[in-house]
Structures are given as structure tokens and as C-alpha cells.
Design a protein around this ligand. Structure first.
Ligand code: 6PG
Length: 470
């Protein structure tokens, strides 16, 4: 029997979908799962498919490895963290020089860097690939962000490109750079995902609590927005979520969902890394914090009892203003995200291809949107320039920042929380202020710590006259 071209370990939702996608695209694949029942169930379910004969289920890890053609390529789709290390440890003695392990989970890029370093010291070859698009993406075309040795990427890129989403025929699968570069880009993707979701939730809050709209009316607004500049997967699914009926209570599904957001940590990693890089991603940080605040339900309840709920109901918002505000916030958020990637490229000496990153995000991934194509073009001209300053986006910001200000101001006056959109507005205002207030910060630092400052006039005096007060 001929050997499989690739193997996959981990037949959970994402792994199973990816395995079917690989087989469907014409590649023979061996699969193995820690629990044999899962492998059997997967294999049985795949039987009706026309590509079922390309799938070889294995009972043992040894049989799995033996079923793959040399040099082997093995995808891991297992929970991020120690499980990946454990799996690598179990696989390594069974592998031969040149065999390649591909971690396709949501790994912390520092772990991927470490695993890539182990590979360089003589372990199995190692690639860390960020895969976005959820179950549907894994099954029919995800966006793939690769990291590791370029030669290893080149060995399997024909498979990854075949299974990836296509934007006008171009595969959304790209090599990002060495070590953890692919997982780093995926983390920033997820940070932006959190921010996009939060900003949409903020305007949802205005429509629900400020304007008193029903979920059905809000669904109609999202559907309309999805035909305009905000066209995106997240706006589309927000419309679908708002339109759905609760099969139990019969009302709007959205109204029956507990307002406590979960998270697996990728947004948090992005925020932490941004601090290390001194890269301001205030919109993403606000979105992570908003999820954390959402989880504090009992405290919020106490807060409402102590301070009373804010008035909230208002007619100060036009739906068009909200749409413009969201466009503005989205541009500012992406400007921050791409600038963070640029900062990482410099700090880690990675050749992160900013325009290519915008391109692989155009299809397949959770943040796919019409605007990403324009971003790819804007970044192609000048990848180091803040996206805010790219003419096409500067024009859009000029046209929409008034609406963002109106929305944030009206929200503040009516007690409607808008942490991410406000953070975007503050960033915009700070980034267009040549003379900031950091002169006072410098004065304070010099006063209490003699840290010194530069003078505007360039004079050679770097301390204030505070003398012994310091
Ligand atoms: C994607 C998603 C995917 C997953 C997130 C959810 O790009 O396909 O980002 O990776 O849905 O891990 O993250 P949270 O549980 O943190 O919201």
C-alpha cells in the first residue's frame, strides 16, 4: 500500500476538519488520535466521502509514523501548551532525520521559538503555523501564517496552499519568517479579532440600550452595513447572531445569552507582547480588558446596586454615525496592529511581510473583510508607514473621525461604555498632536529621580531647577 504524503495528529473539531480538507484536495493522509475511539468515529464518518480512500487511520503512534512517506511531514492539531511538547516528545524517538513536525494549533509564539530552537539543535524539523477560520475554515479553506525554516515551509507549501482559502485565486497561505513568526502573526490576528468583535459589540450596545432597538432591528443594521465599507465576516455573523431565534425561549437568541465573554488567551498574549515591544495597541488592549470586565458579573451587579445604572436611553445617535465611527475605529485598530507587527519585525529581526499579511487575511480567517484588500495595497507602497498616514486611509480617517468623536462623546454622556472605540479616538488624537503633554512627565521624572530631560531649544541643560526638592 502506498504511503501517505502527510500525517495529522489530533482529531478534535479543527484537526478532523483539516484532515478532511487535506484529503479532499488530493493528498493521502494518515491520522492518529490519542483515543482510538475518536479515530474510529472520524474514519467511519468520512466513509461516504469520495476522498475516503485517501485517509489512513492508525491505531498506534508507531503505525501512524510508519504509514507516512519519508521524509515525513506531521501536522499537530492538539491543544496549545504542554500537550504539544508532550506529543513532540512521544514522536521524536519514532522519527528520522529530515522528518518535519508542523504545529498548527494556537501556540504562544515564544513556545514556537523554543521548539524551533530545539529543532535547530538536532531535533525533528519544526514549523509553527497559525491557522485561522474556525471549523468551517479548517474544512474548506483557512488562512495560514507559516513560521520556521523557509526550506521546511517550501517542502509542504504545496499542500498548505492547496488547502488554504483563495482570494481571487491566490492562496491565503504565506511564509512569515523564522521561528515563531507565523504564530506571532496569528496572535496579532487574534488581537485584532478581539478588537473588531468588541467595537461591534459597543455599537450593538448603543443600538440596544441607547436607541432601544430589538435584536431583529439590529440584525437588519448589521446586514445593511455588510453591504458597505464594513463588509466583513464578523459583521456578517453579528447579523446572523442578532437575527437568530432562541429554540428554548422563543425570543431573540442574543437576548438569552449570558454576557460573560470567554477567551483562550491569544488576545492577552498580544497585549502582553505589545507592552514588551512598546507598541501601542490600545484598541486591542481595551478589548482584552473588556472581556475581563465582562467576566466579573457579581462585581458588576454590586456596582449597579451601588451607583445605579447609567441613563443610557438616548436619541443622540444616528445609525450612519455609528457606521462611520466603526469604520474609523477599525482603521485605527488595524493601524495599531500592523505597526505592532512592524515593531516585532525590527525587534526580532524577522522579515515580516506586512502587505502579504494583509493579503492572507483577505479570505479564510475570522477578520477577513473588504478593507483588507485596500490595506494590502496601502502597505505595499510603504510598509513602514503607519497605515493612518497612507493616503487612502488618511482620507477615510478625515471623513470619519468626526463621527467617532460624536459617538464616543454621546456614549460617555449617556453612560454607554465604549472602551475600544474611545481608545481608538484617543490614539488618533495623540497621533496628530505634535506637542504632547509628556514634557510634564519628563519634568516629574526629573524632579523625583533626576532622570533628566531634553530641552526643546536643544540647550545643554538636562535637569530642572528643583534642586533639593528632588
Ligand atoms: C481563528 C480564531 C480561533 C479561535 C480563537 C478564539 O482565527 O480561527 O481566532 O483561533 O476561535 O482561539 O479565541 P478566544 O477563545 O480567545 O476568543
Amino acid at each position: 500500500m502506498s504511503k501517505a504524503e502527510i500525517g495529522l495528529i489530533g482529531l478534535g473539531t479543527m484537526g478532523a476538519s483539516l484532515a478532511l480538507n487535506i484529503a479532499e484536495k488530493g493528498f493521502a493522509i494518515a491520522v492518529w488520535n490519542r483515543t482510538a475511539e475518536t479515530t474510529h468515529a472520524f474514519h467511519a464518518a468520512a466513509q461516504g466521502a469520495p476522498f475516503a480512500d485517501r485517509i489512513t487511520p492508525a491505531e498506534t503512534l508507531e503505525a501512524f509514523v510508519a504509514a507516512i512517506a519519508r521524509p515525513r511531514a506531521i501536522i499537530l492539531m492538539v491543544p496549545a501548551g504542554p500537550v504539544v511538547d508532550e506529543q513532540i516528545k512521544r514522536l521524536t524517538p519514532l522519527l528520522e532525520p529530515g522528518d518535519l513536525i508542523i504545529d498548527a494549533g494556537n501556540a504562544n509564539f515564544h513556545d514556537t521559538d523554543r521548539r524551533a530552537a530545539d529543532a535547530a539543535k538536532g531535533g525533528p524539523r519544526f514549523l509553527g503555523i497559525g491557522v485561522s477560520g474556525g471549523e468551517e475554515g479548517a474544512r474548506h479553506g483557512p488562512s495560514i501564517m507559516g513560521g520556521g525554516e523557509k526550506a521546511d515551509w517550501d517542502r509542504v507549501s504545496h499542500i498548505l496552499e492547496a488547502i488554504a482559502a483563495k482570494y481571487e485565486g491566490t492562496p491565503c497561505a504565506t511564509y512569515m519568517g523564522p521561528g515563531g513568526a507565523g504564530h506571532f502573526v496569528k496572535a496579532v490576528h487574534n488581537g485584532i479579532e478581539y478588537a473588531d468583535m468588541q467595537m461591534i459589540a459597543e455599537v450593538y450596545g448603543v443600538m440596544r440600550d441607547g436607541l432601544g432597538m430589538t435584536a431583529g432591528e439590529i440584525a437588519d443594521v448589521f446586514r445593511r452595513w455588510n453591504r458597505g465599507p464594513l463588509q466583513s465576516y464578523l459583521i456578517e455573523i453579528s447579523g446572523e447572531v442578532a437575527a437568530a431565534t432562541d429554540p428554548i425561549g422563543g425570543g431573540a437568541m442574543l437576548d438569552a445569552i449570558l454576557d460573560r465573554a470567554g477567551q483562550k488567551g491569544t488576545g492577552r498574549w498580544t497585549a502582553i507582547e505589545a507592552q514588551h515591544l512598546a507598541a501601542p495597541i490600545t484598541v486591542i488592549e481595551a478589548a482584552v480588558a473588556a472581556r475581563n470586565i465582562s467576566a466579573r458579573l457579581p462585581e458588576r451587579k454590586e456596582g449597579q446596586a451601588a451607583f445605579g445604572a447609567a441613563p443610557q436611553r438616548t436619541d443622540a445617535f444616528g445609525i450612519d454615525t455609528l457606521e462611520q465611527a466603526l469604520i474609523c475605529g477599525k482603521i485605527l485598530c488595524y493601524a495599531q496592529g500592523f505597526a505592532m507587527i512592524g515593531a516585532a519585525a525590527k525587534a526580532f529581526d524577522w522579515p515580516l511581510p506586512l502587505p502579504e499579511i494583509a493579503r492572507v487575511w483577505r479570505e479564510g480567517c475570522i477578520i477577513r473583510s473588504a478593507m483588507l484588500n485596500d490595506m494590502a495595497e496601502a502597505l505595499s507602497g510603504a510598509p513602514d508607514r503607519n497605515l493612518m498616514l497612507a493616503p487612502a486611509f488618511a482620507d477615510r480617517l478625515k471623513a470619519t473621525h468626526g463621527a467617532l468623536r460624536q459617538a464616543v462623546a454621546a456614549a460617555a454622556m449617556n453612560g454607554l461604555p465604549m472602551p475600544a472605540l474611545s481608545a481608538g479616538l484617543a490614539y488618533f488624537d495623540m497621533m496628530r498632536t505634535e506637542r504632547s503633554t509628556a514634557n510634564l512627565i519628563q519634568g516629574q521624572r526629573d524632579f523625583f529621580g533626576a532622570h533628566g530631560f531634553d530641552r526643546l531649544d536643544g540647550a545643554d541643560s538636562h535637569h530642572g531647577p528643583w534642586g533639593s526638592h528632588g
